[in-house]
Design a protein around this ligand. Structure first.
Ligand SMILES: Cc1cc2nc3c(=O)[nH]c(=O)nc-3n(C[C@H](O)[C@H](O)[C@H](O)COP(=O)(O)O)c2cc1C
Length: 320
C-alpha cells in the first residue's frame, strides 16, 4: 500500500478509489486534475505496475522523432545539489513505434495524453506532426527546448525568428491543441513566449531543463560524456516559478503548464498561484515513481481550502 500525508497530516492512500474534486482545462482540453507527467520522466511500461496512470490530469510522453534515435553516449546523467543532470539526448524508438505501442495502450485505459515532439530540423518536426496529426493523442507538445541535442531543440527555442517560422509551419498541420515547450536558457523568456503565441501556439509549457555540468575531481574531466546536461529537480523550482510568473505577466490569456522542481502538492500550488493552468511533474518521478499521482492527490485536498482558485481552474482561467 502506498501512503502519503496531505497538508493537514492526514494520510492519503494512493490505491483507494478517489473522485477528483478539482479539474482544470488547458487550451480547451479537460484534465481530471491539474497534474500531469513531464516528458522523458514517465514510461507507461514501467509505471503501470505502480498506479493507474489514467488518474493523472494528463500523461505527457517522451519526445518522439521521425526515426529511432540512440541518444548521447554514456555517462548521460549526474547528480547535483538537490538536482539531477541529464544528457539523454532524446533517445526514443521513433514516432511509428509510439503510434503502434505507447499511445494505444495509454488511450485504452482512458488517459489524457500529450504527445511530445522532438526534431533535429524543421523537417523532422513537420514529419512527426504529420504522423501525429490525426492520432489519438489529446494534445501535442513541441519540444523546442532540449539542451542536449546539437541541432533543433534549444537552438530553435532560443531564436524567436526561427521559433516563429517553425510554429507557423506546424500549426496548420493538425487541429490538435499545440503546446510549445520553452527553455529557461534565455535572457528574457517572454520573447520566445510571445513569438510562439503569435505564430499560433495554443499553450506554453515551461520550463525545460537548465544547462549545467559536474566535474569529476579525480580526473578533472566532466562527469557527463556530452560535457553539459540539463538540470532538473528541486533546485530548479524557483527558476520555473519566476519564468511562469514572467510569461503570465506578459501574456495574460495564454494557457500555461508550469514545470520544474515539483515534488509536492504545495509546490504545484505555487505554480498555480504564479499563473499556471496546470503543472507537470518530472524528476521527482525518477526516484519516486508514484510522485505525479501523489502530487495530484495532495493538490486536490489543498484546493478544497481555496475555492476561488479551484473555480477559476475548472473554468479554464488562472489565478493571475
Ligand atoms: C531524464 C530526463 C529526460 C527528459 N526528456 C525530455 C523530453 O524528451 N522532452 C521534453 O520536452 N523534456 C524532457 N525533459 C525535461 C522535463 O520534462 C522537465 O521539463 C524538466 O526536467 C524540469 O522539470 P522537473 O524539475 O520536474 O524534472 C527530460 C528531463 C529528464 C530529467
Amino acid at each position: 500500500m502506498t501512503m502519503t500525508e496531505n497538508a493537514t497530516g492526514a494520510h492519503i492512500d494512493l490505491y483507494e478509489d478517489h473522485v477528483w474534486k478539482h479539474p482544470t482545462v488547458v487550451a480547451g482540453v479537460p484534465w481530471k486534475n491539474p497534474v500531469g507527467t513531464a516528458s522523458g520522466t514517465f514510461q507507461y511500461a514501467a509505471v503501470r505496475w505502480f498506479y493507474d496512470v489514467s488518474q493523472l490530469g494528463a500523461v505527457c510522453t517522451k519526445g518522439v522523432s521521425p526515426v529511432p534515435w540512440e541518444g548521447n553516449p554514456s555517462p548521460r546523467t549526474a547528480e547535483g545539489p538537490a538536482s539531477n543532470i541529464n544528457a539523454v539526448g532524446l533517445q526514443n524508438p521513433g514516432v511509428d513505434h509510439y503510434l503502434e505501442d505507447d499511445l494505444p495502450k495509454l488511450k485504452a485505459i482512458g488517459a489524457t495524453v500529450i504527445a511530445n515532439v522532438a526534431g533535429h530540423s524543421d523537417d523532422d518536426y513537420a514529419q512527426v506532426v504529420a504522423k501525429l496529426a490525426d492520432c489519438a493523442a489529446d494534445m501535442l507538445e513541441i519540444n523546442v527546448s532540449c539542451p542536449n541535442v546539437t541541432h533543433g531543440g534549444m537552438s530553435v527555442g532560443t531564436d524567436p525568428v526561427a521559433l516563429a517560422k517553425l510554429i507557423e509551419r506546424l500549426r496548420p498541420m493538425t487541429d490538435k491543441p499545440m503546446i510549445v515547450k520553452l527553455t529557461p536558457n534565455v535572457t528574457d523568456i517572454t520573447v520566445p513566449a510571445r513569438a510562439a503565441v503569435e505564430a499560433g501556439a495554443d499553450a506554453l509549457s515551461l520550463i525545460n531543463t537548465i544547462v549545467g555540468m559536474r566535474i569529476d575531481v579525480r580526473t578533472g574531466k566532466p562527469v557527463i560524456a556530452n560535457v553539459t546536461g540539463g538540470v532538473s529537480g528541486p533546485a530548479v523550482l524557483p527558476i520555473g516559478l519566476a519564468r511562469v510568473w514572467q510569461v503570465r505577466t506578459a501574456l495574460p490569456d495564454i494557457p500555461i503548464i508550469g514545470i520544474g522542481g515539483i515534488d509536492s502538492g504545495e509546490k504545484a500550488l505555487e505554480y498555480l498561484y504564479a499563473g499556471a493552468n496546470a503543472v507537470e511533474v518530472g524528476a521527482a518521478a525518477l526516484f519516486d515513481p508514484v510522485a505525479p499521482l501523489r502530487v495530484a492527490r495532495e493538490l486536490d485536498d489543498l484546493l478544497d481550502e481555496r475555492p476561488e482558485l479551484a473555480a477559476r481552474l475548472a473554468a479554464g482561467r488562472t489565478w493571475r
